[in-house]
Design a binder for this molecule. Structure first.
Ligand code: FAD
Length: 434
């Protein structure tokens, strides 16, 4: 059998390669790293997490938690490696990013049915089965090729931003403390308090700080889910206090009270030597980031291991263009997977890679499609992306709004969501996904 060509060894591409190979289908995985990198990718390893190290909630009352559980039951490589390299983060699944990527890379490289070719793909292959999983920062050569081939696919750009990382040893723990909000679970976050005066000085500096130049994009629309902290600050003097700097449920042990505002740091590696500033995606010039963020007493001598950055984000106008298996309707041997299809987030990208590959493997081995139903999160996401009735298509995280409601009434949001998840897992268990 000819190998399936997968372009991009990110979260979607690695998951797709794994799901195909475990069903006996040979794969040729083409990845441009390490010779060439997007502006957000820095390591030579596959499945690199370009911003947060959190894969979000791991609880079944949350749609992201449900999607993760479905992926586990589908024997996902990405979830297995994430679980194996998790770091404590309350109810969320956060990982040691380097150990996680190294584990995925090792599994992919040593699989006998997967061949890796390190090259940038600048033309869509003319023959064979192809999955394009080149991500939101797909190289320009490839995006040009997609536009030339499908002028009506309407590839779009928008902006996304990443948060800075600081070293733990540089955080002044006399001015900060470990705790989770409302003391729930383990005390996984470092909390940096700001008094009223410190907050206003910080807020003012943030609104006036200098941004880096952005070239080449007419549409500077900001993505709400990953909004730069300086843009949020400019919306009003209290916006941050109701957003990432919310002090609710965080009691400063020095006073026993909630401070005026709190900047939270989340552990970024297993050793706990690196922390990220939660919600601090930013596009400020690097010296400005150092100047403004160091105004926080606990970060006054912070060592910035990586500054925040802002990038292009490319996705297709998928409704009408892709079918429920993420295949191009007019040329079904070509499929897309991952964030380039308009699913948003690490786990959603993984899920689209899994579904696309499982359905393709079945087709190649003469089996009927699984047709993951709308009751499952993985199926709902694919049906959302391919829903022709959507006119103003925006990338979306998985959420219970795209899954049909229950037919019975259940009191309480948590209980209701848990029941929807239960129904999804039962539906999944009834499917033949081999
Ligand atoms: C700056 C930024 C911050 C983000 N922050 C978050 C976040 O905090 N949380 C979250 O859930 N999601 C975040 N996202 C979204 C995130 O990118 C996706 O969720 C996820 O990484 C997408 O997975 P993917 O497999 O589709 O693409 P990727 O993981 O980006 O993988 C694509 C791969 O394709 C390769 N490639 C690209 N072009 C070519 C080519 N022409 N030939 C060969 N190989 C190629 C790339 O090198 C890369 O390895 C962020 C995105 C950006 C850009």
């Amino acid at each position: 059998m000819d190998p399936v060509i997968i372009i991009g060894a990110g979260l979607a591409g690695c998951e797709a390669a794994w799901q195909l190979a475990k069903r006996g289908i040979p794969v040729e995985l083409r990845e441009m790293k390490p010779h060439q990198s997007t502006p957000a990718h820095h390591s030579a390893d596959f499945a690199e997490l370009v911003c947060s190290n959190s894969l979000r909630s791991d609880q079944l009352e949350n749609a992201a938690g449900l999607l993760k559980e479905e992926l586990r039951r589908l024997d996902s490589l990405i979830l297995a490696c994430a679980d194996a390299h998790r770091v404590e983060a309350g109810g969320a699944l956060a990982v040691d990013r380097n150990a996680f990527s190294a584990a995925v890379t090792e599994q992919i490289r040593r699989h006998p049915l997967i061949t890796v070719r390190e090259e940038e793909v600048t033309e869509l292959p003319e023959e064979g089965q192809v999955i394009v999983a080149a991500g939101p920062l797909a190289s320009e050569g490839l995006t040009d090729a997609i536009r030339r081939r499908f002028p009506d696919s309407g590839t779009l750009n928008f902006f996304d931003a990443a948060a800075p990382l600081v070293s733990f040893e540089s955080v002044d723990m006399d001015q900060a403390w470990f705790a989770s909000r409302y003391d729930k679970g383990t005390a996984d976050y470092i909390n940096c308090a700001l008094s009223r005066e410190e907050y206003f000085d910080f807020w003012k500096a943030l609104t006036e700080a200098e941004e880096a130049d952005v070239h080449g994009f007419e549409d500077k629309s900001v993505f709400e889910g990953c909004m730069p902290v300086e843009v949020m600050a400019r919306r009003g003097e209290d916006t941050l206090r109701y957003g990432p700097l919310k002090p609710k449920g965080l009691w400063d042990p020095r006073t026993g009270r909630e401070p005026y505002a709190v900047i939270q740091l989340r552990r970024d590696n297993a050793e706990g030597s690196v922390y990220n500033l939660v919600g601090f995606q930013t596009h400020l010039k690097w010296p400005e980031q150092k100047r403004v963020f160091s105004m926080t007493p606990a970060l006054s001598h912070a060592e910035f291991l990586r500054y925040g950055v802002m990038h292009r984000n490319t996705y297709l106008r998928s409704p009408g263009f892709l079918d429920r298996y993420y295949r191009v309707k007019e040329e079904p041997r070509l499929a897309f997977a991952g964030q380039i299809t308009g699913v948003e987030g690490y786990v959603e990208s993984t899920a689209s890679g899994a579904l696309c590959a499982i359905e393709l493997a079945r087709r190649l081995t003469g089996k009927a499609p699984v047709d993951f139903p709308r009751e499952t999160a993985i199926g709902a996401l694919a049906l959302y992306v391919s829903n022709e009735s959507i006119t103003d298509f925006q990338p979306m995280n998985v959420n219970f709004g795209i899954i049909p409601p229950l037919e019975i009434r259940i009191k309480g949001k948590r209980e209701k969501n848990a029941a929807i998840s239960q129904r999804a897992l039962e539906a999944l268990a009834g499917l033949d996904t081999e």
